[in-house]
Design a protein around this ligand. Structure first.
Ligand SMILES: [Ca+2]
Length: 475
């Protein structure tokens, strides 16, 4: 690892150690915030502090202005289910209010599956660079895992800069039985997570009613509880305890990922399929409302950046949006699989707007660190900060000319109008958002020039780093 601040000696491959529900893991603190220490340690600490001050000085933001972050990531939510994006069959009033109060982005790409998107988002690096080109359910299928010796998670530089950090909800990219300190090593001070489907642990698949939850190492079934309530209440408590700030609270929602479930707001036992999914999206909206309300009650709303996004498209359910029937495209590189919602608010600092800037999930890490006034890690990043867009600092904004996505060996790239697939297909997304009319053989000057331009982007990107997935989805 190039950056000594992040050079941890641990391996990401200790001998498997399977622990049962009720077990308590020891916590390992690898990068705590500064404490009162002896003279030698103080001198080391001063050097680290100097580095951090230098990095802050190179940024636009003063340390005293560093905002808190509440980052809400839905799991399998297509933007066709949000009324602020033009859904004609689902009302999401709380998310709509959030969008109206901040910046709502129109042209955002993730990948079409959970774990490749999370790796891209948490590292600022494309799948070909991390090797995470497919979906791998680590607790279920085994290695490789999200390896802290290879990759620097977004949260680590924040913690090193003095942020209190927590995650609630889904993780899935490490097996927390074999790597009990993984969340700490990735930079989270505290956690309350559904660790994912763990092979050999029959209680683990449940994330909704009577969920299996690991809270700061303690693993148990939370009888009589609804998982999203457990996660949300944990985060609200975390924000309350750290209201002097700054903090980074990551809510990695388990909703609305299958299995389809009732919710405390939709207990209709006759509901099935899409009716349940409607209720799950409604619960996401309810939770967003509750979280925003809590920020206000804690007087944190004006010093907290709230980000709302989703990791990939919806499962194959039909929803009408802006006059079109959209079928959820999870697992596909079509727009219904990778075109995601992204809303960012910071009352008083971010002016409300709807933006058509090109953004992909590799941009989230550089943007959060930029807005936090924290230097990005010294590894190769693919993302670019859209912080200047949020803050109206156009002089230092370098807009993207293309964004990228990938699953397995398939790659796609787009500009504001055209999308090119690595198999040669070309679509005009402004006229044909459902990608039904391939322009590959067309000879219109515009599309010919776009093909050339976008093909040269694809040609410039390196081949995939190969990780030894034993089982995966996407190839
Ligand atoms: Ca997902």
């Amino acid at each position: 690892m190039k950056n000594a601040l992040y050079n941890y000696p641990a391996e990401c491959s200790p001998a498997p150690q399977i622990l049962e529900a009720g077990a308590v893991f020891p916590r390992v603190s690898v990068s705590p915030r500064p404490r009162v220490v002896g003279s030698r340690a103080r001198s080391v600490l001063c050097s680290v502090c100097s580095l951090l001050m230098l990095s802050a000085a190179s940024s636009w933001v003063r340390a005293a202005d560093r905002p808190n972050f509440l980052f809400i990531l839905a799991d399998d939510l297509g933007l066709e289910w949000l009324s602020c994006y033009g859904s004609e069959g689902q009302q999401t009033p709380n998310i709509d209010r959030l969008a109206a109060a901040g910046v709502r982005f129109e042209n955002v790409w993730a990948t079409p599956l959970c774990t490749p998107t999370r790796l891209e988002m948490l590292t600022g690096r494309y799948p070909f660079r991390t090797g995470w080109t497919v979906h791998n359910d680590v607790p279920r299928w085994g290695p490789p895992c999200f390896d802290w010796n290879r990759e620097i998670c977004l949260v680590r530089p924040l913690r090193a800069a003095g942020y209190a950090t927590a995650i609630a909800g889904k993780w899935q990219v490490n097996d927390l039985r074999t790597h009990p300190d993984a969340l700490d090593r990735h930079g989270f001070d505290e956690h309350c997570v559904w660790p994912g489907f763990e092979t050999g642990n029959p209680a683990s698949p449940e994330r909704y009613f009577d969920p299996f939850v690991q809270t700061n190492g303690k693993r148990e079934v939370r009888r009589g509880k609804f998982g999203p309530d457990v996660f949300r209440e944990f985060l609200i408590d975390f924000m309350q305890r750290h209201k002097e700030g700054p903090f980074f609270a990551y809510y990695s929602m388990v909703l609305p990922h299958p299995p389809m479930t009732k919710t405390p707001r939709n207990l209709d036992t006759t509901a099935s399929g899409p009716a349940l999914y409607h209720g799950m999206v409604d619960y996401i909206d309810f939770e967003v409302g509750e979280l925003v309300k809590s920020l206000r009650a804690l007087a944190l709303d004006r010093n907290t950046v709230v980000i709302f996004a989703s990791d990939n498209g919806a499962p194959g359910l039909k929803m009408r949006m802006r006059g079109l029937d959209v079928v959820g495209g999870k697992t596909k590189l079509t727009e219904a699989g990778i075109h995601e919602p992204l809303i960012v608010t910071w009352p008083g600092r971010i002016k409300p707007a709807v933006r058509d800037d090109l953004v992909d999930f590799s941009d989230i890490l550089p943007t959060v660190l930029d807005v936090a006034g924290t230097k990005p890690p010294e590894n190769v990043l693919d993302g670019r900060s859209f912080g200047p867009v949020l803050l109206g600092q156009t002089a230092r904004y370098a807009p993207r000319e293309w964004i990228f996505s990938q699953l397995g060996s398939k790659r796609v790239v787009r500009d504001k109008r055209y999308k090119l697939w690595s198999d040669g297909r070309l679509f005009d997304l402004t006229a044909d958002p459902l990608e039904q009319h391939d322009l590959a053989t067309g000879d219109a000057p515009d599309s010919r020039a776009a093909r050339q331009r976008l093909q040269s982007v694809l040609d410039s990107l390196p081949p995939d780093v190969k990780l030894p997935f034993t089982r995966s989805i996407g190839e």
